[in-house]
Design a protein around this ligand. Structure first.
Ligand code: GDP
Ligand code: FE
Ligand code: FE
Ligand code: FE
Length: 197
């Protein structure tokens, strides 16, 4: 168990867990704790700040259970791209959720906030921390889908190949299910997938 330094949040880890438990249904609360543990392991392996990995893993779905009106209000209040109003919780909980985390949890570290912003769609540029959260969300121990074993192996062996793998498979899944593709998802695809093995 890690002890927070106070650099990124004035809350202790236990206090942060308490806030998350209030915001999330039990299954989602268990998910974020598994993402945290997966992210911590990857942070040790890839030389990333373990405290940032813990915080980002815990808060990445902080806003997942908020009503749509909270996101619409935040898009106005923080003057985010108005096109966001055309999307939904799947896209909002990361990119708009980061603003709620900043305002409500008083976490100001932009690398942590970017890891939250990009955890669903990825981004053309992702720090190692953001890549870790993107992958940890995809491979945490309770995830079970075709390809998860390959995703886990790649994440251990080569983080950027793993990001490419997830990006390709998520886009293929969305297309196969006639889902609308968020432009950043395509940007991520173009930045990470073509010409990678
Ligand atoms: P979770 O919050 O832990 O369940 O996982 P994510 O935040 O990674 O994903 C939330 C949902 O967003 C998943 O169902 C994804 O398939 C979906 N998603 C990711 N990218 C897109 C996109 O471009 N368009 C749409 N419509 N959904 C997307
Ligand atoms: Fe999420
Ligand atoms: Fe994800
Ligand atoms: Fe998640």
């Amino acid at each position: 168990v890690i002890t927070y330094s106070g650099r990124y949040t004035t809350l202790s880890r236990d206090q942060l867990l308490e806030k998350l438990e209030q915001q999330l249904k039990p299954s989602r609360f268990e998910h974020v704790k598994r993402v945290e543990q997966t992210a911590i392991t990857l942070a040790r392996q890839y030389g990333v700040d373990v405290e940032k990995a813990s915080i980002a893993g815990l808060v990445h779905d902080y806003a997942k259970q908020r009503p749509d009106d909270d996101f619409k209000a935040a898009i106005q209040k923080y003057q985010l791209d108005a096109d966001l109003l055309n999307w939904n919780n799947a896209i909002w909980h990361g990119v708009v959720g980061a603003e709620l985390i900043k305002a409500e949890l008083k976490i100001y570290d932009e690398e942590i906030l970017d890891a939250v912003r990009y955890h669903t769609t990825g981004n053309r540029y992702m720090t190692t921390l953001a890549q870790i959260i993107y992958m940890a969300d995809y491979i945490e121990p309770a995830r079970d889908f075709d390809g998860v074993a390959q995703a886990r192996l790649l994440t251990k062996q080569d983080l950027s190949l793993a990001v490419a793998y997830q990006t390709q498979h998520t886009l293929a899944y969305l297309l196969a299910n006639n889902q609308r593709i968020y432009p950043k998802t395509i940007e991520t695809y173009n930045a990470w997938v073509p010409d990678s093995q």
